[in-house]
Design a protein around this ligand. Structure first.
Ligand code: ZN
Length: 235
């Protein structure tokens, strides 16, 4: 057990957040989850969440005992105040500032802040998020420094001692699969492979060896490459 014993995991139903949830279930005595409906163009992620939670409970009696309440929060205001390819029907492309237009400005800042408010009410002392600086699309709100600064701001602003944990921060996608294997063996790898959803386009037709998805959007490409490196296939 880590020193602080209760955690709230930002759980979207994707590969990264599911791995983070397994990591939290291994490390904390009490774990709750939070998900955000922010008007995603394709809400497939949200529909796979309940099934994933059930599968994680079935994975081990210990995890079942530790996993508590799931909080779904309506953050539809994000799509009302931003114009991005994640929330509107526009093509994915790189913007003049070098960032892809799948970047939703302020999203992770808002997610963590809302999570901190819920954690405050629930008496949870750690927030766990799948932000990653190693293998990302250049999103500035996934940076380690952003999260560290936010931790300071939240604790000052709420007079708390909440810790922000980002277990994937320095892992690439291959190492994220390795972490899943370490935490829950092949059963967890298979669960993440077929149960999670990452594709930006919401494609869930065919099950590839790396999971469901269109195979060509940036999220699918990253996930497929990481999986193939993980299993030692040619990439
Ligand atoms: Zn895709």
């Amino acid at each position: 057990m880590l020193p602080t014993d209760s955690a709230l995991v930002l759980f979207s139903g994707g590969q990264d957040s599911t791995t983070c949830l397994a990591w939290a279930l291994k490390n904390y005595a009490r774990v709750e989850t939070i998900g955000f409906d922010y008007g995603q163009r394709h809400a497939v992620e949200l529909t796979v969440r309940p099934q994933l939670l059930q599968s994680l409970r079935a994975h081990s009696a210990g995890w079942d005992a530790r996993l508590g309440e799931d909080h779904m929060i309506d953050l539809s205001l994000i799509s009302a105040i931003s114009q991005t390819a994640m929330t509107h029907d526009i093509a994915i492309e790189t913007q003049a500032n070098g960032l892809p237009n799948t970047f939703v400005p302020g999203r992770n800042l808002l997610f963590m802040t809302v999570a901190a408010t819920v954690a405050y009410r629930r008496g949870l002392t750690v927030l766990v998020g799948g932000m990653c600086e190693t293998d990302f699309s250049g999103y500035p709100d996934c940076r380690d420094d952003t999260m560290k600064a936010l931790q300071v701001a939240l604790n000052l602003g709420m007079d708390t001692r909440i810790k922000l944990e980002t277990p994937l921060m320095w892992r690439d996608k291959k190492q994220t699969w390795e972490l899943a294997e370490e935490l829950g063996g092949q059963v967890l790898v298979d669960l993440i492979r077929s149960g999670t959803h990452t594709c930006y386009l919401g494609e869930r037709g065919a099950l590839h060896d790396w999971g469901y998805g269109c195979g060509t959007c940036p999220a699918c490409a990253l996930r497929a490459r990481g999986y193939h490196q993980f299993v030692g296939a040619e990439v």
